[in-house]
Design a protein around this ligand. Structure first.
Ligand SMILES: *Cc1c(COP(=O)(O)O)cnc(C)c1O
Length: 824
């Protein structure tokens, strides 16, 4: 069906021509996450708007003229859709549903109402929505290709139960949405042929949601034998958000046992002393479409069919075009090699030409390997992709069986992955040397050759490793002792509200250091009213414009909102600093929230003045929450930072005087001490940035034609700099320090700080830039992750006695000495 020569490039030129006009939202994005063609063309939306504003349509199910008009339109469109799939209305009925999943649920609901229930077999590449159908079955089994083949050879996998069910159901996908693989539609026909008299009647459920998005679904084909077919109309047309369940008339009796009835599906209902109802009998869809039909949506289908025809011609043309692009993409990705010759991409999809007689759909999934045979973390890939406006899908893709078989994950791997949790900033997407998901690129009717080229270029630019990385040579003899250096503290900054602006500690002010970090750092956060998630600048960059000021005279945290344009104070609120429970009574309540995926218990404020201020500033329904120091259990958190391989820290030398690294009883609290308690910061008590490293990075950025970034972009608590007259500490020397002393306080280094694209938010304007992440990704990536800055914690017991140990403080300008980190 897919001719790879001639037609496809010509067609591509046609798409290029109308794309700018029809899909203006693609202006500067490369959108390759079509689970089909999930974008709305301008023609379609204009035609729909014109119809809705010129014709008076009413809610169907009534006798008024506008209502009758709606009913007629819906009947017409139902037929038109059936013929779009080449289905003869004498053989098939089409039921409008919310999405493909809702179609599956209707089938399952009917099946489980059968007197003896049903048994269920599903192919391993099924979508999650079809896997779920097993929960209502008496018995279920997941089959791989071999399992289906044995069945075709006569070995029924479903006769394992003693009790005879009323029916058997087999589900499979016409095309996997995970890797584009296509499966023989003739399976349904051949399996039916195998059924023996004693076995229950076998029905088949075909998931055509992925297939029908870019190929002609042909129900008139003599091979087509599925009883139930589900699909998503938005994947074909972009709009409306609707699904369809197409039922073969000979299988309609399955629905006779359905118990529930909704408005519009019955001719008469009697309540009271006698309870009785008469279902509509003429058409199946009349009995299954409960309540008011989504009639505006259904009417949009007509506009969708017309716009689709005008822009793309036929589904066969779309198929040829997307197949051609998938071929280009596979070739492009396969050709990428690291400098040392190792291939970059591990492909899980076959190129369309290599996929056998059925071909394969324009869905390409893969993972990226580094030059040392490790994996590039999906989280890292995603950060760069988002930054470069490359929109693809990563992760498990609602394809549990497909992912497991592609990645060789065993059930225990998957359970372990689940219990290991997925936290932001953590590297848990590679567990035990295996990735836990894939990168999926799916092409749609409006994709172009230039999208494919840009995507392959993006992968090449960021993931091909040019140099053969040698471990860094040892430069110094093992010392591990304090070395006087020419550094001093340049700035101290606290961020009282997580992810909001910083408060610079004024010159001459001594600032208290606590086990959890600097005093008042990340003690508050903003929590989404609906989800309970702590808000982050990554998602809501405007948080940078919320500038807190700690006013100890007034005993208040004053938060100002800096309007983006004029840079003036728009508005402010004051929040009392007192953490006295008496004061809190009635002003806050204890609620559970989530910070970086971790469940915590925080005190949320009730005051609508406070909450409205933040909600209005950010345009997100949120509340302020406080997480004061000294909590236990869910009221406390611990540091997650650790030494990274590029810091050569297998075993880490501790500071003189600090406690030895012996395991402590789990409930003693000293284990927490080992890791360091934190409040609401992501990973560690204190983040330190070395000015020389910022300068080095800025030189790199400028040499690549970018603009230097201010130090504030790294949101460090402490920035240190070299004294002007002295030789500078080399950039990135902090990677090998084991700790530092500031004034007379000691700090242990906990590991480098992993970065995400949040460093691209300009802290002054809240605008997103490309730098410094783009350059960091090219110059500071180790093991597929990007690092800049160092996590550290205070060592309270390191220096005994005196005020400096009882009430440790820091101030701007204090000298810094370094504990050299040669590691044992
Ligand atoms: C998208 C998709 C589904 C789910 O469709 P919904 O419309 O979201 O319910 C099921 N199966 C496949 C193969 C899909 O691509």
């Amino acid at each position: 069906m897919a001719s790879r020569s001639g037609t496809a490039p010509a067609y591509n030129a046609a798409v290029d021509e109308f794309r700018e006009l029809e899909y203006p939202m693609l202006k500067d994005s490369v959108y390759l996450d079509h689970a089909g063609s999930t974008l709305c063309s301008k023609s379609l939306m204009d035609a729909f708007a014109a119809e809705m504003t010129s014709v008076l349509y009413g809610n169907p199910h009534s006798a008024s003229w506008p209502s009758q008009l709606s009913t007629t339109r819906i009947d017409d469109i139902r037929l038109r859709l059936l013929s779009f799939f080449k289905a003869d209305p004498a053989d098939y009925d089409l039921v409008f549903v919310a999405n493909a999943t809702a179609g599956v649920k209707l089938v399952v609901e009917a099946m489980k109402s059968l007197p003896q229930g049903y048994v269920y077999a599903y192919h391993e590449l099924c979508h999650t929505s079809l896997v779920g159908a097993r929960e209502d079955a008496n018995y279920s089994i997941c089959l791989d290709d071999g399992g289906v083949q044995s069945w075709l050879d006569g070995e029924d996998p479903l006769n394992a139960t003693s009790q005879i069910p009323s029916a058997a159901l087999f589900s499979f996908s016409a095309q996997s949405h995970m890797d584009g693989r296509r499966y023989p539609l003739s399976w349904a026909k051949h399996l039916k042929g195998k059924a023996v008299k004693t076995s229950p009647r076998l029905y088949t459920l075909l998931d055509a949601a992925s297939f029908s998005a870019t190929s002609q679904l042909d129900l008139a084909s003599p091979d087509f034998a599925a009883d139930f077919t589900v699909l998503s109309l938005y994947k074909i047309f972009g709009f409306p958000d609707l699904g369809a369940l197409i039922v073969r008339r000979s299988a309609e009796s399955v629905f006779d046992h359905r118990r529930y009835f909704g408005g519009g599906t019955v001719d008469m209902v009697v309540c009271g002393k006698e309870q009785w109802h008469a279902r509509k009998t003429q058409f199946l869809h009349e009995r299954l479409e409960d309540g008011t039909l989504p009639f505006h949506n259904i009417m949009a289908v007509d506009a969708a069919l017309k716009a689709h025809l005008r822009l793309f011609g036929s589904m066969d043309r779309i198929c040829a075009h997307t197949t051609y692009l998938a071929h280009e993409l596979c070739n492009g990705l396969r050709s990428l090699r690291h400098r040392n010759g190792r291939p970059l991409c591990v492909m899980y999809s076959d190129a369309p030409g290599d996929a056998g007689p059925l071909g394969s759909g324009p869905v390409v999934s893969f993972n990226i390997a580094n030059s040392a045979d490790g994996w590039v973390s999906l989280a890292e890939f995603e950060k760069l992709a988002i930054l470069k406006k490359m929109h693809v899908r990563t992760g498990g893709l609602c394809s549990p069986g497909g992912i497991a078989s592609a990645l060789g994950l065993e059930p225990w791997d998957m359970r372990r992955n689940l219990s290991a949790g997925f936290r932001c900033g953590s590297d848990s997407d590679i567990v035990a040397g295996k990735p836990t998901g894939v990168i999926r690129v799916s092409l749609g009717a409006m994709s172009t050759e230039s999208d494919v080229r840009r995507f392959v270029d993006f992968v090449r630019e960021f993931f091909v490793e040019d140099a053969i990385v040698e471990p860094r040579p040892k430069t110094r003899e093992s010392t591990g002792v304090e070395r006087l250096s020419n550094l001093r503290v340049k700035t101290i900054t606290v961020f009282p509200i997580k992810s909001c602006g910083g408060f610079g500690v004024p010159q001459g002010t001594r600032w208290e250091v606590r086990p959890e970090g600097l005093s008042w750092d990340r003690e508050w956060c903003l929590v989404h009213r609906g989800s309970g998630q702590a808000l982050s600048q990554k998602r809501y960059p405007k948080m940078a414009l919320l500038r807190p000021v700690l006013d100890f005279e007034r005993g208040a945290l004053r938060v100002e909102y800096q309007a983006q344009s004029q840079g003036s104070v728009l508005d402010y609120v004051e929040i009392p600093l007192s953490a006295n429970p008496g004061f809190f009574n009635g002003t806050t309540r204890q609620t559970s929230s989530r910070v970086c995926g971790e469940g915590i218990s925080a005190q949320t404020y009730i005051s609508s003045e406070i909450n409205d201020f933040f909600t209005d500033a950010l345009g997100v329904p949120c509340v302020l929450a406080r997480f004061p120091p000294g909590g236990r259990g869910l009221n406390s958190r611990t540091s997650k930072a650790r030494m990274q391989k590029h810091q050569k820290a297998e075993k880490f030398r501790r500071l003189p005087g600090s406690s030895p690294d012996i395991p402590s009883p789990p409930d003693s609290g000293s284990e927490q001490q080992q890791h360091g308690k934190i409040l609401l910061s992501n990973e560690s008590p204190i983040l330190l940035v070395h000015g020389s490293s910022v300068d080095a990075l800025n030189e790199e950025i400028e040499s690549r034609g970018g603009d230097a970034v201010p130090e504030s972009t790294f949101r460090a608590n402490i920035i240190i700099e070299s004294l002007a007259e002295e030789p500078r500490q080399p950039a990135y020397s902090e990677d090998s320090w084991s700790g530092i002393r500031i004034g007379n306080q000691d700090f242990t280094f906990l590991g480098a700080c992993r970065r995400c694209h949040m460093v691209c938010v300009d802290q002054a304007t809240a605008e997103r830039r490309q730098e410094p992440y783009t350059t960091l990704a090219k110059t500071r990536r180790f093991d597929g992750k990007v690092y800049f800055g160092s996590h550290m914690r205070h060592e309270p017991g390191a220096r005994q006695g005196g005020a400096s140990s009882q009430s440790p403080t820091l101030q701007v300008g204090e000298s810094v000495s370094v504990y050299d980190g040669e590691f044992m």
